[in-house]
Design a binder for this molecule. Structure first.
Ligand SMILES: *[C@@H]1O[C@H](CO)[C@@H](O)[C@H](O)[C@H]1NC(C)=O
Length: 220
């Protein structure tokens, strides 16, 4: 399908059911299947045509990546925006307490809020969101600036300006690089590259694996 003629595409990323396009002007467009919120338009509807992400209006994006059912993009200032499916923790958004979901003035402080495993009326776990249909700003530890990102089927990897790699999400096959098969719902720095004096320059995820390009840190 045709984009508006004045739009020049800089990057195109394909998820399992959706497409994400970064335009030369730093605007992001998405289309395709939306069942898991991966389009970022606030609904779970499919979009037959490329649609601009209104939620990112006014921000200039320099990098984008599509996972199986989630999406990420990085702003020119190094901020990470992420949305879509969180089934394995691939969004790394802080867990929302029941208290935050309760409308103001509805007694957000009652006993159930303090119990981590509390359930909503319909019995769903109260502290878990499976779908984030709008881009959400994700804070990396220590305010690191993100310059590259890639997504696997259900995991996410980000390279920082300082040359460090952060990964999170599904870890069953060791794809996070932390030395085990644990899944993570928050960004964690991959220690291997720090320990081995390697500066990470770029990352590319396969569905269940992760590749990085590194250079040796210059010894002073
Ligand atoms: C995202 O998913 C992970 C793993 O299933 C979960 O631990 C975490 O609480 C979820 N995040 C939110 C914001 O619900």
């Amino acid at each position: 399908c045709a984009l508006a003629p004045e739009l020049r595409a800089r990057q195109l990323h394909l998820g399992a059911e959706h497409a994400l396009l970064l335009g030369a002007d730093g605007q992001v467009f998405s289309w395709g299947g939306g069942r898991h919120g991966q389009l970022g338009h606030g609904t779970l509807e499919a979009e037959p045509q490329p649609r601009r992400l209104e939620a990112l209006h006014g921000l200039t994006m320099v990098e984008a990546a599509a996972g199986g059912w989630h999406s990420v993009c990085l702003s020119e200032t190094g901020d990470v925006y992420i949305w879509g499916w969180n089934e394995s923790g691939q969004l790394a958004l802080p867990t929302r307490r029941l208290a935050e979901k309760t409308a103001p003035g509805e007694g957000g402080g009652d006993g159930a809020d303090t119990k981590g495993g509390a359930s909503t009326e319909d019995g769903a776990p109260a502290t878990f969101i499976a779908v984030q249909p709008f881009p959400a700003l994700l804070d990396l530890p220590l305010g690191s600036e993100a310059i590259k990102a890639s997504c696997g089927s259900r995991h996410t990897a980000v390279v920082t300006r300082a040359g460090e790699l952060y990964t999170w999400g599904w870890g069953k096959y060791g794809q996070l690089g932390h030395g085990d098969g644990t899944s993570l719902d928050q960004p964690r720095r991959v220690k291997y590259f720090v320990d081995n004096q390697l500066h990470v320059k770029a990352v590319t995820c396969g569905p269940w694996n992760t590749y990085v390009y590194t250079v040796e840190k210059r010894k002073s």
